[in-house]
Every structure is written in C-alpha cells, then in structure tokens.
Design a protein around this ligand. Structure first.
Ligand code: C2E
Ligand code: MG
Ligand code: MG
Ligand code: MG
Length: 280
C-alpha cells in the first residue's frame, strides 16, 4: 500500500511538473509575441511625498496585452521572461516608453521623476545602459529625472558588467535604488557594494503596521538605516490612512500604494499632477 501511495505521489508530481513546464512555454510564447506585435503596455503608479501627499514621481509597471488572455500582470510572465533572457528586451522596451513619456510630461510642464524596474539580467547586458545613455543624450531627456529600481539579488550577484551599467546610469544623472527592501536576504553587507540613492520598503513590512508593534519597530529601524546611508525612503503598498500617518511620523519620505492611486495609463493619472496639487 505504502508503495502504491508513493507511486501515486510520483505520478501527481510528474503531472504537476508537466503542467508547470507547459505554463512556462505558454508564457514564453506570449512574451515573444508581445515583443513582436507591440503587445506590451506601461501603467503608472503615483509616488507621493508623505509630508504633503503631493505626487513627486511615478513608477512604470509593465503589462502584456494578450490577444487571448487579455491584459496580463507581471506575475504571469516576468519570471519566465527572466529565465529565458527575454526580460532584456522587455526592460528595453519599457525604458523606451519611459523616456517617451518623460519627454511628453516635460513638454506639458509636468516635473515628475520616473521610476522603472530593471532586472539584473538586463544590467548584465553590456549594451543596455550604453543605449540608455545614448538615447537620453540624443533626445535631450533629463537623466536626473530617472529612478532605476534594482533588487537585492542584483546587488548580491553584482558582476563587473552590472557595476559598469549602474555606473553608467549614475553618470547620466539617474538615481539607482533598491526595490522590495527587506525580502529574502538577511545580510545587509551588499548595501555598501554600490552607492544607492533610495530604498523602497517592501509592502510585507507595511501591511502589519498598526496591528503589530514588532512590525513598527522593524520599519523604524529600516528607515533609520536608510537615512544613515543617505537614502530617500519610499514605503510600498500603503493602503490605509493609518499606515500613511504612521510612516510619516516615523520619518519615511515617500509612499506608494492603493491609498494614493493604483497603476493606470498615463492619461488617467490624477489631473492634479498637471495642476498645482493632488490630495487623496
Ligand atoms: P514592484 O516593482 O515592487 O512594484 C510594486 C507592485 O506592487 C506592483 O505590482 C503594484 O501594482 C503593486 N502595488 C502597489 N501598491 C499596492 C498596494 O497598495 N497593494 C497591493 N496589494 N499591491 C500594490 P505589479 O505591477 O503587478 O508588478 C509586480 C512586479 O513585477 C514589480 O514589483 C516588479 O518587480 C516587476 N515588474 C513590473 N514591471 C517591470 C518591468 O518593466 N521590468 C521588470 N524587470 N520587472 C517589472
Ligand atoms: Mg519597483
Ligand atoms: Mg517593490
Ligand atoms: Mg517586486
């Protein structure tokens, strides 16, 4: 009996693996098709200053418009894009869109910073930062309005080509910062590996604020650690007034989350972005 049970489990495992492999092939196919057929989109999520709730930046988040599945979120395709190396083309496309939008906003007199996510694989690619620097130069875009978000993984694996890319970003005035801070790794030694301008506290630390003293102590420590390194701190996933108030009182500089706005197409960002002020 025990043997049969074991065999069943192996069969189940086998079929789960096959299912997953198929899902990955489907995702890869969708990303390839989207890159070929102009099927990627960018949505923007506001980042506000916690002192006055004014929008100071917006993060570009990629979406995939699939002819069959509709609008897909990154969790449906970004991991596969990373595994297959297609993320380099995705990030490159997103960045083109970011620079285009930055120019458009600048023409309209909107002084927002733009944040974008860049995979370690992309930074590893020798021509990415080079092309970025070139297009910033040739289009007269303002490099100092760019915020590049990298992950802890990128800093831990930091290779010489990645370091060169990050250096090139800094040389055009872009700021490099750490996304999802606090997830996954316990060592902070990598914070000294590259000069970072900002740090985004992961929403898993923001969520329990107001219900857990422990969470509050951790966030407070993260903020002071970041400030000691001269970094601007942004809290991610802020959904309630209480979280926003607590973060402001703890000295957190910026916030992003559904309380202030979900990711939307550029034209749907609060009208106040174009005018003097926005309050949630
Ligand atoms: P991220 O960079 O940490 O982006 C924040 C994610 O949290 C976004 O999910 C956003 O929609 C979501 N979010 C923001 N505020 C709230 C909130 O108040 N509550 C909740 N529940 N969620 C909130 P999204 O757009 O699905 O993106 C997921 C991840 O995909 C991003 O996490 C980033 O790691 C990756 N990603 C997105 N766009 C790109 C890209 O162009 N290139 C690369 N390499 N990765 C990207
Ligand atoms: Mg991000
Ligand atoms: Mg994040
Ligand atoms: Mg993330």
């Amino acid at each position: 009996r025990a043997k049969d049970g074991g065999r069943d489990r192996v069969a189940l495992y086998d079929s789960a693996m096959r299912h997953e492999a198929q899902a990955r092939r489907d995702a890869e196919h969708r990303v390839r098709r989207a890159l070929r057929t102009d099927g990627l989109r960018v949505v923007w999520q506001p980042i506000v200053s916690l002192s006055d709730h004014e929008i100071v930046a917006a993060e570009a988040l990629v979406r995939l418009e699939d002819p069959v599945e509709g609008l897909l979120e990154p969790k449906e395709f970004v991991d596969t894009a990373e595994d297959t190396g297609l993320i380099v083309d995705v990030d490159t496309w997103v960045l083109g869109e970011v620079l285009r939008q930055l120019r458009e906003w600048r023409r309209a007199g909107v002084g927002l910073q733009v944040s974008f996510n860049v995979s370690g694989k992309t930074l590893e690619h020798p021509s990415f930062a080079h092309r970025l620097a070139h297009s910033v130069e040739s289009t007269g875009a303002s490099g100092s309005s760019l915020l590049a978000e990298v992950t802890e993984r990128t800093l831990i694996d930091l290779s010489s080509s990645t370091r060169a890319s990050l250096g090139e970003l800094r040389s055009i005035g872009a700021r490099v910062g750490l996304d999802d801070f606090g997830t996954g790794y316990s060592s902070l030694s990598y914070l000294d590996r590259f000069p970072l301008s900002f740090l985004k506290i992961d929403m898993s630390f923001v969520r329990p604020l107001g219900t857990s003293d422990r969470a509050e102590a951790v966030v407070r420590a993260l903020i002071s650690l970041a400030h000691a390194h001269g970094m601007v701190v942004t809290a991610e996933g802020v959904e309630t007034e209480l979280q926003a108030a607590m973060l402001r009182d703890m000295g957190c500089d910026r916030a992003q989350g559904y309380l202030f706005g979900r990711p939307v197409v550029a034209a749907a960002l609060p009208q106040g972005v174009l005018g003097p002020r926005f309050r949630p």
